[in-house]
Design a protein around this ligand. Structure first.
Ligand code: SAH
Length: 352
């Protein structure tokens, strides 16, 4: 039913963009919230985030854990530590785990495959594993899919070619977009997204960012405000207001009614009510950070990150009362993409 509904709406992107450009913030949020409730009711899915390594071979201008930031205390969880963290998450009721890291050469595709196989052997069938470890070749993505990875997250950061190349030291946007198509082709639930408020970004770029997400028919879209980190080349960039990220959330919800859209930690960092604002503008996912507390302070992509002094499990009670403010409830289920509701689930070993 849902997929048919959307198909029947036809190509409504131009009218959505027209509305976005002219509507007041209040109107935009009201409409996005209505669409969110129509397709996702009052549920907010939970994903347990495990930041398992902050080693990174890349030197992205915006990122606090970039290779040349020598002030970062580097860490890497052992396989046992990762498995134990997942088990604690399961005990707390979580059913989706997002394993994120820098582009860490230690975690080769082989190592990641073995890790995922081990995790998959210890979790129930209704648990989903998401990886977010940067770009890989299609063959590597295929091997990971065959080892049991269900979903992959990889933001394209900005849809503007020049800005992308500048922020990522000459790396090409096309390569990342191609990798996202590879993921889709292999049957992954595919997630991407971008930062909002980057230096040099315009309103047109923000609109193109959202349209690229639509073009990719993403299952998951994460957006967050760019927050300048003092130990990066962008240390003196202006901090743009949270409203930009809230508007981006609303626009994405209107363009991708079925997508899972998180209210991101960066939004909660920039504004104490940032995640609530995103939930009211159409976000339907929260990602408690269940990384062992002793390492949380070292995974600082941006400064002043919230909740680094407590376990992600302590956060669950807090998150529950936060979503209640918007009349919503946390849901511990696997929270598959609605966009795939009518496509048979890809099972382990099915990937080409
Ligand atoms: N290595 C993985 C994970 C990257 S970190 C990958 O390449 O996909 C996750 C996200 O944090 C990035 O994709 C980026 O969008 C965001 N991020 C990095 N630095 C940031 C900053 N200064 N402010 C806000 N978000 C930031």
């Amino acid at each position: 039913m849902i997929a048919e509904d959307i198909a029947q709406t036809g190509n409504d992107a131009p009218s959505v963009i027209g509305f976005y450009r002219t509507a007041s913030m209040e109107e935009l949020i009201r409409k996005a919230d209505a669409v969110c409730r129509q397709y996702h009711s009052n549920k907010v899915w939970l994903r347990g985030l495990i930041e398992f390594s902050n080693y990174c071979a890349m030197d992205c201008q915006y990122c606090g854990i970039r290779r040349s930031n020598s002030n970062v205390h580097r860490y890497r969880l052992t396989e046992d530590e990762i498995v134990i963290t997942v088990q604690k998450g399961l005990e707390a009721g979580l059913r989706t785990f997002v394993l994120q890291s820098g582009e860490d050469p230690f975690f080769t595709t082989d190592r990641l495959c073995r890790l995922v196989e081990r995790i998959k052997n210890t979790v129930p069938d209704n648990a989903a594993i998401t990886l977010s470890c940067g770009i890989k070749t299609k063959a590597q993505f295929r091997a990971l899919k065959n080892s049991g990875v269900d979903r992959y997250l990889m933001r394209f950061e900005t849809s503007d070619r020049q800005l992308y190349a500048k922020l990522r030291n000459g790396v090409k946007l096309e390569d990342r977009v191609r990798a996202l198509y590879d993921l889709k082709d292999l049957g992954y639930e595919t997630g991407s997204g971008y930062m909002v408020g980057l230096p040099g970004e315009t309103e047109d770029i923000r609109i193109s960012n959202a349209l690229l997400c639509r073009k990719l028919s993403l299952d998951m879209v994460g957006v967050g405000p760019f927050i300048p980190h003092p130990d990066t080349p962008l240390f003196s960039a202006a901090q743009m207001p949270i409203e930009l990220a809230v508007r981006a959330t609303a626009l994405l919800r209107l363009l991708l009614p079925l997508a899972n859209i998180p209210a991101t930690t960066a939004a909660g960092t920039l504004d104490p009510m940032g995640r609530e604002k995103m939930i009211e503008a159409g976000a339907n996912v929260l990602m408690p950070n269940i990384t062992p507390v002793e390492h949380k302070k070292d995974y600082l992509l941006y400064p002043n990150k919230i909740c680094i002094g407590e376990t992600g499990f302590e956060c669950l009670g807090c998150l529950s009362s936060r979503v209640a403010l918007s009349g919503k409830v946390l849901d511990f289920g696997r929270g598959n993409s609605l966009g795939r509701a009518f496509i048979p689930e890809t099972r382990r070993g099915d990937a080409r």
